[in-house]
Design a protein. Structure first.
Length: 375
């Protein structure tokens, strides 16, 4: 089924499939769930569901669990505290959503994922199939990162990027990030004269420079920078993404009726594999290239060993690697055709020199253009 075009905030109501992300600070206040606010949001979700399929990505498990266990720093004092808090809080979070949606005759389905579920291609396809079946059965999937088992090294770390990846896996038209601000501003919104940006055509370095990585609530793990990273994942997959203020009663109606928020427009409708590659977040290493190679990549070429200047990390053939330019700038990422040791052995060598160093005929490229996405 084709995606529904989204060109304005109001169009989110007519999206075929919409992912709504709710942050911790909206759902939890001083360790207690904001049940009345959640009830009004559930009312809005039920109305949206009359015209589109809805998936929820909900934070809040760690904050809820920390309050029940009496843990300091909102459960984020240590990894062990966060995992313990998440284990308790996930039960409470699932109950809250089940109760809120059940009042509208809607079944809530808890779905806990780790970064590996969306980084590994086979597990990604399994997650996609599960989401599709739940929606077909009439349930609303409520997705959260499985913080009870995730470590700092292998986690999304924020539900903004998770929401964009879930939207990609679900084939959604749009993502709505409910935040504590009205959208992206050209500077810190607390500064005099700060202007909200209504619409963004591509997350450029200039747009990134407007973001603050701080989360004003102290509860979440995202901030505006994480939301822009989510927008980049979404736009590459042909998905619109909106940042709207969730602190008000009936926040969705306020944003969509009045056009209050920032809408990031899709920039491409990449193939499923390319979009998956572009959305992956955990490269196993870094390959750096010279200026000539960087120029060739700009023109759609594959990455060849002759252009390699440095290798960082340890990786195997088929792993995801980041590609950096001569000034350390990120050029893209892709699936590498050699191990890290082999890359170091052929670094800077022409094709006719590589066979002698490797002991076998070299492959066509270090990273083939068909398995590469640009930053």
């Amino acid at each position: 089924m084709a995606m529904t075009p989204v060109s304005a905030l109001g169009d989110l109501r007519t999206a075929r499939r919409l992912v709504i992300k709710i942050g911790s600070a909206l759902l939890v206040e001083q360790g207690r769930p904001r049940t009345q606010w959640l009830a009004t949001l559930a009312d809005e979700i039920a109305r949206l569901r009359q015209s589109c399929e809805v998936i929820v990505v909900s934070s809040g498990a760690i904050a809820l669990g920390a309050a029940k266990l009496g843990l300091a720093k909102g459960g984020r004092g240590s990894l062990a505290d966060a995992q313990a808090a998440a284990s308790v809080g996930q039960v409470e979070l699932a109950r809250l959503w089940s109760d809120a949606l059940d009042r509208h005759g809607i079944t809530a389905a808890q779905m806990l994922v780790t970064i590996g579920d969306l980084e590994d291609r086979r597990r990604y396809l399994n997650a996609s199939a599960t989401l599709a079946r739940l929606l077909e059965a009439g349930a609303i999937p409520v997705v959260n990162e499985n913080d009870s088992v995730a470590t700092e090294e292998i986690r999304f770390g924020d539900n903004d990027r998770l929401a964009a990846r879930v939207a990609q896996a679900a084939g959604a038209d749009a993502v709505m990030l409910l935040s504590d601000v009205d959208g992206l501003y050209d500077r810190d919104p607390r500064e005099t004269g700060a202007q909200r940006i209504d619409r963004v055509e591509g997350v450029t370095p200039e747009i990134i420079a407007m973001a603050s990585s701080a989360s004003s609530s102290g509860l979440g793990s995202g901030g505006m920078l994480a939301k822009l990273q989510a927008a980049r994942i979404a736009e590459r997959a042909g998905i619109a993404l909106a940042i709207v203020n969730g602190t008000y009663p009936a926040p969705i109606a306020r944003a969509l009726d009045n056009g209050i928020g920032t809408l990031f427009m899709p920039q491409a409708d990449a193939s499923a594999r390319k979009a998956w590659l572009g959305g992956r977040l955990a490269p196993s290493g870094v390959v750096s290239v010279d200026a000539g190679c960087a120029h060739a990549l700009d023109n759609g070429a594959s990455l060849l060993a002759a252009g390699l200047t440095d290798i960082e990390g340890e990786f195997s053939r088929g792993d995801l690697v980041a590609i950096h330019g001569p000034k350390g700038e990120r050029l893209g990422q892709g699936l590498v055709e050699y191990t890290a040791a082999e890359c170091r052995a052929i670094l800077g060598l022409r094709e006719d020199q590589q066979a002698q160093r490797l002991g076998y005929a070299p492959r066509a490229a270090v990273v083939h253009r068909d398995h590469m996405v640009r930053a």
